[in-house]
Design a protein around this ligand. Structure first.
Ligand code: GLU
Length: 466
């Protein structure tokens, strides 16, 4: 049987990195096995769900390149089927009508000894059929509760191994509200059965729902899927990743200048290991190596520095033409003007030294427009340390470089000229080069100075030196 997986986000917020990783693992399993990746938007919480959130989620998945094969389906459209499944459980004795009002439940709760957890005592489950019918006829509002079987409910989780619950520890939970709408566990099971889902891969915050869902599958006479509960993502301090740690939305990373390929590679390694130390994986490699068994059961730590490092690796490895579009977008955002004819060579000049598209675009802009230069602290410190010799170096460099005609303004010729000047004037090469770098970029860090001079161009370089 072919594998069918689903990603089932609730459109009540942005696409969290944890959600994106869940989607990625589903996508990888579908890709690997030639299966089907279903996208289902769980929009049954009408107050908190919105079209805007749905759009953000779809955009995030698209940005990451996680294409789905079926959907998006909207859970809200299947209310009739959810209700029919709940009524089927009522008809086969696995569920019952409960007439307890909110006030009665509150009174039951209050009657408990202090500190005891409330568990519905199942009293309406003991009503006779006649009594139940009489109350319905009298117009008493009711919900439908699932009659949780006693005994063990266990499954072999693909990530955690055997997980076991006792039925008598769970209460007879509501599956259908008095207004006829289904509760989460009922809706999910109804949909997963109808959509023939074979593997449920989701965050392990859902582990406590799984015994309830398994009991529902069994009561509906349906085969259970494989469950794989993916461990949480923690911040660097070991606490569950949250806004306190900084960005948690996929869109934030896009805005920070992270490339989608880098983000996807990084997310894949959050909790999954390809089996060795390999860190940079192409899509093919990731798909080839992926398995549910490779997902670790201990929580993963979100390391932003590693994400930036990985992004830097992709920036160096990708060609200028592949980077052109994101860089152009960032340049437009900051209002920098860079002639299209120069863009690729400027990207090539700086991509190996950038960790984000933002840094890359800033460096491109600095080389194209003098007004984009801002002097950094190390450059200021160098200028102060060198004192008069800083300006002397700039004068020497200017005089020597001005003698090179436009047609000979090449990296080889430039380095040769600078070296000769340093030797002839008795200046250390570094003391000649660093001031040039600062004058051209405002920074002590850049590509080799001769390449920098080529990137900035003859006329503009001489202007900056003077
Ligand atoms: N809609 C649920 C959520 O966003 C996921 C349900 C599931 O994966 O079973 O947490």
């Amino acid at each position: 049987m072919s594998i069918r997986v689903r990603f089932a986000p609730s459109p009540t917020g942005y696409l969290h990195v944890g959600g994106a990783r869940t989607a990625l693992f589903n996508w990888l399993l579908a890709k690997k096995t030639g299966g089907t990746f279903v996208l289902r938007i769980e929009d049954t919480d009408r107050e908190r769900s919105s079209d805007a959130h749905t759009k953000v989620i779809l955009d995030g998945l698209t940005w990451l390149g996680l294409d789905w094969n079926e959907g998006p389906f909207f859970q809200g459209a299947y209310g009739d089927r959810h209700r029919a499944d709940a009524e089927r459980l009522l008809a086969n004795g696995n569920a019952y009508r409960c007439f307890c009002s909110a006030e009665e439940l509150e009174a039951q709760r209050k009657a408990l000894p202090k500190g005891a957890a409330f568990k519905y005592d199942g009293r309406c489950g003991r009503l006779s059929a006649e009594e139940s019918t009489r109350r319905i006829a009298a117009g008493s509002p009711s919900v439908i509760r699932f009659r949780v079987p006693t005994g063990e409910i266990a499954w072999d989780d693909a990530v955690h191994g055997r997980i076991s619950f006792q039925g008598h520890d769970l209460d007879d939970f509501i599956i259908l509200r008095s207004d006829g709408s289904a509760i989460y566990n009922m809706a999910v099971v109804s949909d997963d059965i109808a959509m023939q889902i074979t593997h449920v891969i989701r965050g392990d915050d859902h582990v406590s729902n799984t015994p309830k869902q398994i009991a529902l599958y069994r009561a509906l006479g349906a085969g259970e899927p494989v469950f794989a509960h993916v461990p949480m993502i923690l911040g660097a301090d070991g606490k569950k990743l949250s806004k306190r740690h900084g960005a948690t939305a996929v869109g934030d990373y896009q805005d920070m200048g992270i490339l989608p390929v880098a983000m996807r590679n990084f997310l894949a390694l959050l909790g999954w290991s390809p089996g060795d130390d390999l860190e940079i994986l192409s899509e093919e490699e990731m798909v080839r190596r992926f398995s549910l068994e490779g997902i670790q059961s201990k929580p993963a730590v979100f390391d932003t520095a590693k994400l930036e490092w990985m992004n830097g690796q992709y920036l160096s490895a990708l060609s200028a033409s592949e980077l052109r579009e994101p860089v152009r977008r960032q340049l437009d955002r900051t209002g920098a003007t860079v002639a299209p004819a120069r863009l690729d060579s400027l990207i090539d000049a700086v991509k190996a030294r950038s960790r984000t598209v933002i840094q890359l675009a800033d460096q491109v802009a600095v080389r194209a427009e003098a007004s984009r230069i801002t002097e950094d602290d190390r450059a200021t410190a160098l200028r102060q340390k060198m004192g008069d010799s800083f300006n002397t170096s700039l004068r020497l460099a200017h005089a020597a470089l001005a003698g090179i005609p436009e047609g000979e303004w090449t990296a080889d010729r430039l380095v040769e000229t600078l070296k000769t000047t340093a030797t002839e004037k008795g200046v250390k090469l570094g003391d000649l080069m660093q001031p040039v770098r600062v004058a051209l970029t405002g920074s002590t860090v850049s590509e080799p100075v001769n390449e920098l001079l080529v990137a900035v161009g003859r006329e503009e370089s001489l202007k900056r030196l003077s």
